[in-house]
Design a protein around this ligand. Structure first.
Ligand code: CTP
Ligand code: CA
Length: 225
């Protein structure tokens, strides 16, 4: 049976991918979130599974079907996503952080629905969420190959490389979210990929094609056993 080089490397490898937004509760009926659709992460999961990897999606609230052969854990908040990812990390060969994790959560969630009070304004205090991809990259034993995304609107290359270095990632995929019709909530995207010793431009394409291209690049960067 003939296997391509990417298939030979990825066959049986445990690939964990976060996808979609997170949802941070304010009270039992309200939350803070963002417009991430989860499509990029699901496309990468599909591409990795096609190459024979053992793929697990950790998905925030999204409206997408699970790709064939992919294991899926649904989570809501960043704290839940962090806990799920860390429970899988020790047995992960490749971790790809595609989720648009909310940077902050509500400091004090109300256990009852908030009522309007006499005031014209309401102040909600937020506290920073754990950085999931940085936590995985900091692991000292069984550290996977770690891939992050960077959503930027300016100085794309500089900010992305800074992010990769700061979080100690092996690779980062930069995403210009200032251009409409690509990235957030779109079927298409364009990426600039940076890693130790190189970079690749992936021009505007369907997220499905980009998923295939990314998994090809990742396969060339993995230790070959
Ligand atoms: N990320 C994460 N956990 C967080 C925040 C971000 O795992 N709490 C991951 C994202 O999945 C992505 C990468 O970190 O792979 C970069 O996300 P981004 O929002 O671009 O970067 P931040 O570090 O949050 O910086 P900022 O939003 O301030 O630019
Ligand atoms: Ca962020």
């Amino acid at each position: 049976n003939f296997l391509t080089p990417a298939e030979q490397i990825l066959k049986g490898k445990a690939v964990v991918i976060t996808a979609g937004p997170t949802r941070e509760a304010i009270d039992p009926v309200r939350y803070i979130s963002n417009h991430s659709s989860g499509k990029m992460g699901f496309a990468i999961a599909e591409a990795a599974a096609k190459l024979g990897a053992d793929v697990t999606l950790v998905a925030g609230p999204v409206n997408l079907a699970t790709p064939n052969g992919v294991m899926r854990h649904d989570v809501e908040s960043a704290v839940d996503m962090h806990a799920m990812v860390m429970s899988l990390a020790e047995h992960t060969d490749v971790f790809i952080a595609c989720a648009a994790v909310a940077d902050y959560r509500v400091a004090e969630q109300s256990d009852h629905k908030l009522k309007k009070s006499g005031d014209d304004s309401l102040t909600i205090s937020l506290i920073q969420n754990p950085d999931i991809v940085a936590s995985v990259a900091q692991l000292e034993s069984n550290r996977p190959f770690v891939v992050g995304f960077a959503a930027e609107t300016q100085n794309i290359e500089q900010y992305a490389i800074d992010k990769m270095n700061r979080k100690k990632l092996d690779m980062i995929c930069a995403n210009d979210v200032s251009i409409s019709g690509q990235g957030f909530n779109s079927d298409q995207n364009a990426l600039k990929v940076f890693y130790a010793g190189g970079s690749k431009d992936l021009p505007l394409n369907t997220k499905s094609e980009l998923g295939d291209e990314l998994m090809q690049i990742i396969s060339t960067l993995l230790p070959s056993n």
